[in-house]
Design a binder for this molecule. Structure first.
Ligand code: GLN
Length: 278
């Protein structure tokens, strides 16, 4: 069987399993198994493949056919042009989250940055790698998530201080910037998510409790104790949470509340500034 024939089989299999991006996913799994990229595929598509690789590919296709996320199968994803290790203990970094990272990168030079609910570490590591912050601290409540985040800091060769803590419980010191993409999906919405997310991504990273705002409330309540004067807070939000999160920030005494949209034109980030004595 040639590489091209194997790919055709893979596409057909994933189409039958009703995988949305069946063509792309069949390609990416093939590239993963053969350690090739698109260019190498076109040069080698008529090559006969070994029995062993053929079987390996079919094993991975069967997993994807069960709606296991592609990134869990390959173990990697790309975010901000960087490589990140992922597994079932962390949320897979989303392209939408690049919106908040790009915004923080504009103002993080020489700043002390705290990433609350770091998960895979994608936000903290990207800021440490692509910006010039004074320091980056990253917090998560899950040991297993922190293991992944620590590995991601290593893979990308950046220094990040990791703290296992239930939100600010074990945090110390003051920061110029707090950034967070907390769990923000309403509990009742979880069952409506696509199977890849609903069945395979960690509930802990998704569930924002009854109204989806639980973590914003808890973070906003304590953030002033951990922010320097004129420090900023940046939140990723769900498309319908701009008003609610802005109101929580306003009530707590934050000013300069702003919203940014993602590439799809949906509200995706709210930021605000903390000023003492106002
Ligand atoms: N901060 C991580 C991310 O952006 C994890 C988010 C989460 O677990 N809710 O992917």
């Amino acid at each position: 069987m040639t590489l091209q024939q194997l790919l055709t089989e893979g596409k057909e299999y994933l189409r039958q399993c009703e995988i949305t991006d069946f063509e792309l996913d069949a390609c990416l799994l093939l590239f993963h198994v053969f350690g090739i990229d698109r260019g190498a595929y076109f040069l080698r598509q008529q090559e006969i493949v070994s029995q062993e690789k053929e079987e390996k590919y079919r094993t991975l296709l069967a997993k994807r056919g069960k709606h296991i996320p592609l990134q869990h199968i390959t173990g990697y994803t790309e975010f901000m042009g960087l490589d990140f290790h992922v597994n079932e203990h962390v949320l897979i970094p989303r392209q939408d989250t690049e919106t908040i990272v790009e915004e923080v990168l504009r103002s993080c030079e020489e700043k002390r940055v705290l990433d609350m609910c770091t998960g895979s570490g994608c936000i903290a590591v990207s800021i440490a790698k692509l910006g010039k912050p004074h320091s980056v601290t990253a917090v998560d409540v899950s040991d297993k998530a922190l293991q992944v985040a620590i590995e991601n800091a290593k893979i990308n060769h950046v220094p990040v201080d990791f703290i296992k803590s239930d939100l600010f419980e074990k945090c110390m010191g003051k920061f110029d910037i707090i950034v967070s993409n907390p769990p923000y999906i309403e509990t009742k919405e979880l069952e409506m998510l696509m199977p890849e997310v609903r069945d395979y991504e960690p509930r802990l990273a998704l569930d924002g409790k009854a109204d989806g705002l639980y973590f914003y409330r808890r973070i906003i309540e304590k953030a002033p104790d951990f922010l320097l004067d004129k420090g900023s807070i940046f939140f990723e939000i769900g498309y319908n949470q701009r008003e609610d999160v802005s109101l929580l920030l306003e009530k707590q005494g934050f000013s300069q509340i702003e919203c940014k949209k993602d590439l799809a034109g949906l509200d995706r980030m709210v930021s605000a500034v903390w000023k003492k004595g106002i």
